[in-house]
Design a protein around this ligand. Structure first.
Ligand SMILES: [Zn+2]
Length: 238
């Protein structure tokens, strides 16, 4: 029943998209796209799950100045949600506030994390989503490392193409970065049945990058880069 509801809403979004994309193109709203041909036909009508990493009692990584990964990931996910919605994509947010998906009664942290991740995957499976995008920020003991990096589950060709499309735009739009898309054994990548990518948007252990990641204008640029990558994924031939 839930799935039927989601699918009906999906169709409604697609129809709405067909009606509104033309108007929107005229406003210059597609300026963030990598090409100027305008059409969003390939991406419009898709169902994309956005997973803002961590939340609630799980802050994720914390920078030296106290920037919390869970806040960065949610801010970027919300910005990306806005961009995708304007391109008539049906967006499902795994979370829209400061919480995780585990039972509040579950006090054991490892059980809680497992339950949280299982439910993130379940959200996408239940909706039969077309793509799963997980957003995180990186942390490493040595503060010198920086740069966004996108991960996919190994030997999954569609996910690899997706991760490479996102990584190319992150590199192009966010400055010097020699990192490439890489295979990673993350649960949300391993357990999702649709193409999936996990974006580490930068290193909170690098003071300069942590400052950038906390800045709303930079968060918007990160979201625009991911959006452009998603657009390319649907509009470029494999
Ligand atoms: Zn994380």
């Amino acid at each position: 029943m839930r799935v039927c509801f989601v699918r009906a809403q999906h169709l409604a979004w697609w129809v709405l998209g067909c009606l509104t994309v033309g108007i929107w193109l005229g406003t210059g709203g597609l300026a963030v796209l990598p090409v100027s041909t305008g059409s969003t036909r390939g991406i419009s009508g898709r169902t994309i799950v956005l997973d803002a990493g961590h939340g609630g009692i799980d802050p994720g990584a914390v920078s030296a100045k106290g920037v919390l990964e869970k806040e960065i990931t949610l801010a970027i996910a919300k910005e990306l949600e806005r961009l995708l919605s304007r391109a008539a994509v049906f967006v499902i947010m795994v979370r829209h506030g400061d919480y995780d998906l585990a039972d509040s009664s579950e006090a054991h942290l490892l059980n809680r994390k497992r339950q949280d991740l299982e439910r993130r995957v379940f959200v996408a499976e239940e909706a039969q989503a077309d793509l799963y995008i997980s957003i995180h920020a990186n942390y490493f003991p040595a503060s010198v490392w920086s740069g966004a990096q996108t991960f996919y589950y190994e030997n999954d060709q569609a996910s690899e193409r997706l991760a490479k499309a996102i990584q190319a735009e992150l590199v192009k739009r966010l400055g010097p970065n020699t990192r490439v898309a890489k295979a990673g054994n993350f649960r949300v990548l391993r357990d999702t049945s649709m193409p999936a990518a996990l974006v580490e948007v930068g290193f909170l252990s690098n003071p300069r990058e942590a400052e950038l990641l906390a800045d709303a204008a930079y968060q918007k640029r990160v979201a625009e880069a991911i959006f452009a990558g998603l657009y390319n994924y649907y509009h470029e031939q494999p």
